[in-house]
Design a protein around this ligand. Structure first.
Ligand code: MN
Length: 350
């Protein structure tokens, strides 16, 4: 076996819960991604293999590119039936919280989550977990929550329960949270996990294709437009900015999710270490931040846009106009350029 993130002691309380608890809910964050859904479905399937009732619940609809994951048909979406979702949370003995650090991230599910008397465990890789959980298993150095769920199951002695379906879910979570193992994945242990998952017979090349080769024609055309017309490069700050209005989205007939990955593209330019993507949504502005090396895009997200996340991948939502958001971005850049205090400019050196 491989080195485990969790000791027997880390999972001892959950083990006690397993002795008496029957009903489990696995909750993940709003705008769920491959890691949120993959890790949730995997843990649910494991709990079911122990004879437990287990439901995976997310605030809103997952993106189409993971709609093939085993068990996704049983996924409960709060938006589709809030009453049923709340009932499940109130009746649960244990709530497992995956891939988020603070309650704000589960949006409309938060009220019933805070109210339920169920035991709560957090398994997550975002820094600074909140205090609303009985057990916190937080490992910011992990590639993904899916990787942590693998270790969690193994620490409970459940390695033999990891079947083809669980392996597909876990692999998808790890792959999507690391850009197909191109960042946040310099850990030999992660590849040992992958090696064990492959032994269940999963086809990683097919998983890649099912997740990434799923663009619509309009998405690809929007991508061309964004790169040619909407990307600004600030070489003195090693930074790129892309903005996109709802009007432009409409012109390209773009759906939610069609802008996924745009923020990563400018990092392909030599010398660019920070990329910011600002887009207009129905009643707010959404910002995505990506960086390479030690450039802390989460500080830009939190100090200037009330957002947060990882060093190399963060996000924020604010209520303001596109012009205001762009102005704030320029202000932030100016301040970073001047500030010796945090030595942020130093971090832009590769
Ligand atoms: Mn994640």
């Amino acid at each position: 076996m491989i080195e485990n993130y969790f000791s027997a002691e880390d999972v001892s309380e959950f083990r006690i819960w397993l002795n008496y608890a029957d009903r489990f809910v696995v909750i993940s964050h709003m705008s769920p991604d491959g890691d949120a859904i993959g890790s949730s479905l995997a843990l649910c399937r494991y709990l079911k293999s122990l004879g437990k009732e287990a439901v995976a619940l997310v605030p809103d609809t997952p993106p189409d590119f993971i709609r093939w994951l085993p068990g996704i048909d049983e996924l409960m979406i709060y938006d589709s039936d809030p009453d049923a979702a709340e009932r499940v949370i109130y009746q649960a003995d244990v709530v497992c919280c995956l891939d988020f650090n603070v309650v704000k991230r589960i949006d409309k599910v938060a009220a019933s989550f805070l109210y339920t008397k169920a035991k709560k465990i957090l398994i997550d890789h975002h820094p600074y977990p909140g205090a609303t959980f009985n057990v916190i298993l937080s490992y910011p150095e992990a590639s993904s929550t899916a990787e942590l769920v693998f270790h969690f199951i193994c620490a409970l002695g459940g390695f033999s329960h990891i079947d083809y379906d669980i392996a597909e879910c876990l692999y998808t979570g790890m792959m999507t949270d690391t850009g197909a193992f191109t960042y946040n994945s310099n850990n030999s242990c992660l590849f040992n996990v992958i090696s064990l998952l492959l032994e269940t017979g999963i086809d990683k090349d097919r998983i890649y294709s099912r997740v990434y080769n799923t663009f619509s024609e309009s998405r690809l055309r929007l991508q061309g437009y964004v790169l040619s017309e909407k990307m600004q490069i600030f070489y003195d700050m090693s930074t790129a900015l892309i903005t996109l209005t709802s009007k432009e989205m409409l012109r390209f007939n773009a759906k939610k999710g069609d802008t996924e990955g745009f923020v990563n593209m400018p990092l392909q330019i030599e010398g660019i270490m920070l990329s910011v993507f600002i887009r207009e949504e129905k009643d707010q502005i959404r910002l995505s931040f990506r960086s390479s090396g030690n450039v802390p895009c989460n500080i830009l997200a939190s100090d200037w846009f009330h957002g947060g996340g990882h060093t190399n991948a963060s996000g924020a939502e604010i209520k303001c106009s596109m012009e205001e958001a762009v102005a704030r971005f320029h202000e932030a850049m100016k301040s970073w350029e001047k500030s010796d205090k945090d030595n942020i400019r130093q971090l832009f050196k590769k």
